[in-house]
Every structure is written in C-alpha cells, then in structure tokens.
Design a protein around this ligand. Sequence first.
Ligand code: ASP
Length: 441
Amino acid sequence: MSSDAEQIAQEAAPIGHGRLQWRILMGFVLGLAAGLLAYTLSPGAPWIDTVVTYITGPVGQVFLRLLFMLVIPLLFSALVVGIAEMGEIRALRAIGLRTLLYTVIVSSIAVAISLACVNLLRPGDGVDPAAARDLLAQGGEGAASIVAASAESDAGVNQLVAIVPSNVISAMAENDILAVMFFALFFGIGLLLVQTPRTGQLKDAIEGVFEVAMRLIGLVIQLAPIAIFCFMFNLSAQFGWDLLAKLAAYVGVVVLALGLQMFGVFPALLALVARKSPLAFFRETREASVMAFSTASSNATLPTALRIADSELHLPPNIARFVLTIGATANQNGTAMFEGVTVLFLAQFFGVELTLLDQLFVMLVCILAGIGTAGVPGGSLPVVALILAGVGVPPQGIGLILGVDRFLDMCRTTLNVVGDLVAAQVISATSREVVAAPPTG
Ligand code: ASP
C-alpha cells in the first residue's frame, strides 16, 4: 500500500498543512477570545444562550455530523485493508504474525500508560458541575440520546459478548464501534484466507472506499475553522478562564504519556529484546523523528524511515520494508495514547463518570484504533469523535482539543514513526532464523 498510502497522504495533506492550519488556529483563538469576552462582560446573559442555541451550537453540530457520517466507512475500510495487507506477502507470513503480536502487545502497554497518567493526574477535573451539566443538556438530542444509550448498555460479561455483533447493520446503525471493528477484523481475515481474482477486486474496491472517505474528510475539515470558532465560543462563554488552565494541563498529560513510552518503554525494548543501545538508536533515527514531527504524517515519513532502516540501522531489507510499511498505518502507539488521554480527559471535563469496564472499552477501542487510523495529519480526529459518542461524552468537546491538535499531532506522529522503527529493530532481532533460512519450496 506504500504508493497508495503516499498518494493518499498527499491528497489528505491539506488536513493539517499550510493555510488551513492557520485558519484553524485563528478560529480557535478568535472563538476563545469572543467567548471569554462574553463570559467576562456579561456572564450568564440571555443573549449568550440565544447565540449558542441558534447559531454557534447548530453550526458545530453540522460539522460533527459530517464527521460522524464518514467515520464508519473510513474505519471499516482502513481496518479491513490493514489486516488484509498483513498477510499479503506470503513468504513473510511469520513476520506478519510477529508484527501483529508485537503491535497488540506494545499498543496495549502504551494505552495502559496513557490511561494511568490521565487517571492519576486528572487534568479535566474541577470544572463547575452545573456548567458542565448545562453543556451536556445543550448538546441537544444528539448527546442526550447517546448518554441514554450508554447508560442502558449491558454490564459485565454481556458487554464482552456484545463485541461480537449478531447483526452488523444494526451495529453500524447504533454506532457500536467495537462491534463494527470486530466485524471489520473478521472480514479482513476472511479476505486473507480467500485469495481469488474476485476477492482481489473486492479488496481494491474497499481500498477505493477508504480513498474516497479520506478525500471527503479532507473536504469536511475545510469547515473546521468555522466549527472550531463556534465550539470554542460555546465552551469559553460557559467555562471562562478555567478552560485555558484545563487545556494546558491536558496538553501536559498527553506529552508526558508520550514521553514515558518514548523514553521508557522503547529503550527497554531496544536494550532487552533487540540488544541495541537506545542512545545509538535515537541518534541514528534522528532524521525520521524530525521528518515525522514536521509533517505530522506517518505515511509521508515512510520513505525516510525506510531509508534510515537500511542505511543507519542496517536492518534486513525485507523485514524492515514489511514492518515499516504496515506500521505506518497499523502500529501507531502515539495515536492510541493520544486517543486514550483525550477521551478520558473530556469525560473528566464533562463530569461523565467512566467505570472500570468503560475504561476497558476505551482501551480496547484505542488499541484497535491504533491499527485503523490513517497515518495522515489529523487522522485520529474522526476516531476520537466516534469513541466520545460511544462512551457518552459530548462529542462537541472535540472543539476543545482541535485548537491544540496540530502540536499534539506532531508529537504523537513522532512516537508513531519511532515506534515503527523500534518494531522493525525488535522484529529483525527476533527473526534471525527467518532471515537466514533458505527459501522453502
Ligand atoms: N498524524 C498521525 C500519523 O500520521 C495520525 C493521527 O494520530 O492523527 O501518524
């Protein structure tokens, strides 16, 4: 998928690049300023309610609905294609399995770290509960019905059973992400098992759906500056200055969690499993980190990562090529961590109590979302919107994080890319027999 991925990355580049990025930032700053002004000059004035109810509220809702509309086709196609590709290179099936196992284990560690950070530090706590309740109510039927639905949902073992959908259409209709993801995973495996010309065409068609969905998300994101103005106005007119402090704490927790994975887990994996000096590794992969940080796209960084694996890390080319290409879409530790922190932060912010089981659900979705998120700037935003809705947190909260997303995107993408290189290093070190083995007939 590398050439396709690069093409998609180029097409989707406007999501995070150039002028749009500035307009998003402007929407954020202006909305925040207007809201704070309203909050300071006439707190609780009826005209603010009118503006929120009839103008800024509905505009934000339309933006969110457009995102939601695209999320199921996007997630389904990305996951099916991601899985189908893992087994595409027959000779490398053993490596494919190892990559899958590695991805699941290391992503689980990453998400666990991020959930621990956000639970311990609780950056979203302390918002005026009355104001939060107001905002919840204002989310209109959308948020309210989602909250109701999640309150009704089964508890305990039934929740686990419900991951397997009995009817995939109704799972999609009910935005039951985990069930839809399960189906996509199963379908992807099916596509791996039956490799005929017709299933090849089907896979191509599903990739086509992915490309169209990505393009449309790119179009919807063009509306982001206006929508973000509205979100920020609504939030800051209600929460006032508190909002800024919370936002800073949130950014701090995301960066801390990413840092723990980058400078704790990765060096441990390198030193203990791959027997490679972490310092040397970081020095040799510097160029890929800089590239990832500046483009905020794993796909766009893929060529650089491939070159570095070859010329600096001296990894076996067949393993490195396979692991890095798959990893650019499917092994996204930074993205999974970001999604975990964001969902829990917004839950704290809006006073939505998440039980241990809810958090387990978030964790599972984040691990899968790390596999199913496109490696392009802003790729995780639609997924975050969907998880929020899934756990009963008002999805308009996404407006809060969009304003600071570019910076966090740069950070998490760096972790994604370095994580792929760590994966290539570890899998190469543990697969010597595969590399050395003569081809079997
Ligand atoms: N920008 C990220 C990447 O390309 C994806 C995301 O988390 O938005 O890896």
